[in-house]
Ligand binder design. Sequence first.
Ligand code: DGY
Length: 408
Amino acid sequence: NDKLDRQARRILRNNDRGGYTVPTSGLYPYQWNWDSCFAAWGFSVFDVKRAWFEIHTLFTGQWDTGMVPHIIFHKRADGYFPGPDVWGVDRIPHTSGITQPPVAATLIRSIYEADKRYGRVHIDLVYGRLVSWHRWFMKNRVDNGMVAITHPWESGRDNAVDWDAAMQAVDPTGVGEYVRRDTSHVDPEMRPKKADYDRYLAMLYYGREAHWDETTIRKGSPFRVGDVGMTFILLRACRDLLHMASELDHLTHEIEGWIAELEEGVKRHWNPDGYYDSVDLRTGKFTGSLSSASFLCWYAGIDSPEMKVKLEEVLSKVNFAVPSLDPQDERFEPLRYWRGPVWGIVNTLIGIGLDESGHTLLSERLRKDTQKLIAEHGFYEYFSPTDGTPAGGDSFTWTAAIWLTWAG
Ligand code: DGY
């Protein structure tokens, strides 16, 4: 695997724009929040100094409210829509107005543990920033213990079926004419549809008109979904934050309270049909989607024999790793972004959880499948779970990162 290791490192170097790493050139030409955390983790394998630099540039985008935005527009770049002018956020560096899955505390802890001597001063610097970001989540986004998203882009799983019903409540009239840029970089068949994109923009405009004020958005926004993926990821991140707090001799009771609250929330994500599911918080209804995010329970420290049975069932229907949607769901599309394809990063997080819970055969299966997809097809954004067809962007940062840290 020497050759692939070298290739993966080269991808990270080539996507480096000077302190931050773009997910892939062209399609995503800025710093994206969770992509960047994976990039840092990947760098930590061969250049720990560069890994910490990535983390610090991410936090230059943090708002006074504690929120860490999903995109940081450090420099002018062509070919992306919606750019900084559309988001209308009045600060430097320019940012978007929404957040993304908080994998930061977890991956930062890994980077720190791989080289504590070098990492000590860095973790001291970022600890407070992580706390204020998590505090922002708990204050503004945790409803009944479930983590709410106000825009599908926050979930990182943009067009997952989890959002379909809630999206119907969003009125797309009045978004006007606009030119998408994503579909000029990659095949439109592999991207969200126009009807979805109109609503993504309608929600963006809603937030902008509310001056990104969380209280206004909580009251009036048509879209608010308790994302099972976000709840699991934040719960896990809080456990890692708690660990850091002890290590750095900070008080821990606030974080312990968050963990207890989120553990209660996890129970409300349990769909009586027998799996963890997202919940439309405007209607109280389950979204009816067994997705790859449902299988993040182990990553969050929650073992579930029922979910293990579901996982085995899903894996028996595909040839490669955990697909983003249950292949038995009639809405399954093997190549349409988050409605079927396999994503290496989510498989990595699921795999880590399974491994920690002692389900090593399953975690090994996920790792081998992911390894095979990358080795046979390259460092693509995502793949078909049925025949392995690579899709989306090529030379993708987080695919290279998980190769170096987990899959390779
Ligand atoms: C996009 O533009 O497609 C991104 O997913 C938004 O973050």
